[in-house]
Design a protein. Structure first.
Length: 231
């Protein structure tokens, strides 16, 4: 995971941490790393382009290294990382050995966007996922909506949990439609469903009533100082 690209090599990147919180105690369970360019552009897959594998690989590496640094500073608080990636990076660019510098120091959760897994995953990707899961890495399907219910069981079995996307959650909240959220909690268990987009106490009350135990959103970002480092 050392490949570099001209477009990111000389650019400052700002990493911020979005807390994932247990509702009952308000305990921080993990931090998702979100990265921005120097001009405040969000470095997501739309910016980097699905075809720009080198850029995505470099960003993934830099996010891991960033969290490693702050874990060394405070391993009590920064004990668990949530990081997003594209599955094709695990096809021939990333192996389980690349995680050795990180895997024994903090917990790693990796999110694949639901749209990137609906057609299935190549065998090499599934193999690396299985190797990493044996080492304690957890894999999540993120930006989930009702379509996740149509995915085959053998594909879902490759993942440990789901993150319900904020846009879909807001739709459910506005319609007062709790059916999918309640079902997700029953199927996956309260430790393996995260709801994104919990922005206020009304959102919080709604998801807690459906058996959801953890979430992510401005409700906590507004209260917690976020770690930000340029490098």
């Amino acid at each position: 995971m050392t490949e570099k690209t001209d477009s990111l090599r000389f650019e400052y990147i700002k990493h911020t941490l979005e807390p994932i919180v247990a509702f009952d105690a308000g305990e921080i369970l993990s931090f998702e790393v979100v990265s921005f360019s120097e001009n405040r552009t969000l470095l997501d897959k739309e910016y980097l382009s699905d075809t720009n594998c080198a850029n995505q690989l470099l960003l993934f590496t830099r996010q891991l290294e960033f969290f490693q640094k702050i874990n060394q500073h405070d391993n009590g608080l920064y004990h668990s990382l949530f990081i997003n990636a594209e599955p094709y990076l695990f096809n021939n660019k990333i192996s389980w050995e690349d995680f050795i510098p990180f895997i024994f120091h903090f917990r790693i959760n990796i999110g694949f966007d639901m749209q990137s897994v609906v057609s299935g995953l190549p065998e090499p990707v599934s193999r690396v996922m299985a190797q990493l899961r044996e080492c304690g890495v957890k894999f999540w399907i993120k930006d989930v909506d009702e379509a996740v219910q149509r995915l085959p069981a053998e594909l879902l079995a490759l993942f440990d949990g789901i993150k319900i996307g904020k846009q879909f959650f807001w739709q459910c909240f506005n319609r007062r439609d709790s059916a999918f959220i309640r079902c997700a909690s029953a199927v996956w268990g309260d430790k393996y469903v995260i709801v994104e987009g919990v922005e206020n106490k009304h959102h919080l009350s709604f998801v807690r009533a459906q058996g959801i135990a953890q979430g992510q959103g401005f409700h906590w970002r507004a209260k917690l100082a976020r770690q930000a480092i340029w490098h």
